[in-house]
Design a protein around this ligand. Sequence first.
Ligand code: SAH
Length: 251
Amino acid sequence: MVPDRARSLFFELYSGLPRQGPGSAESTRRALSCVPVLTPESRILDLGCGTGAQTLVLARYTPAKIYAIDTYEPYVIDLNIQATELGVADRVAAFHGDMRKLTFETESFDLVWSEGAIYNVGVNTALKDWRRFLRSDGHLVFTEVCWKGRDAPDECRLFWQNEYPEIRHTEVLLDEIEKCDYIVVDHFPLMASDWWDEYYGPLQSNVDVFRRRYVGDRDAERLCDLCQCEIDIWLKYSEYYDYEFFVTCVG
Ligand code: SAH
């Protein structure tokens, strides 16, 4: 498939969703409650913000100044419109940018946040690269898919091996985080409703509409199949993996 067509179909399939990955306001607030209280002078960097589900929770429950970054410009525009409508545009600004090529000043943020997006960089690389933006008592908070408990059945393992071979057990990732010289303040798995009500449920509705819209279009059908497979794997095997919130601070 031509890359431009793949990209436009992908973003069409994902349009109108409340968020672009698993999560919820409740889980964002729980993670935020593990971070020291922020002031109007505090600065937050939200990386891979999407349409800003978590950005607006951070804006609502802190008085901090928030910079949100995403590579997909329509999401950035959408978030800036929402910030204006909610009356927080004076301290919440979204920018079109790449979290692999950030140019902020060193030690200029109290909190770096990334929900459902750090995998685009890789956790280990992100821990090392983003550290320079954190002040000496700064926190890095992110979510990442992790194996839990005993080994998953082959069908599930093969799916993840293809989609995201870096997936690790929570305990392995905790070790990695500490090896990168961060202290783990807390970690907890997202709730089942964070996957289904907030993300896969709405995505399933989009997939159903998309299939009807693009009958006979092989590119669109393949995209739907891939998405459906991800949803079905979760429905069948969610007991084997979690989306885990990690709240860490600079050690
Ligand atoms: N945090 C949001 C979006 C998660 S989806 C939520 O939880 O709803 C992952 C997001 O990362 C997408 O919006 C995608 O456009 C963005 N993204 C992917 N690679 C990126 C990069 N290199 N730099 C910045 N954003 C990126």
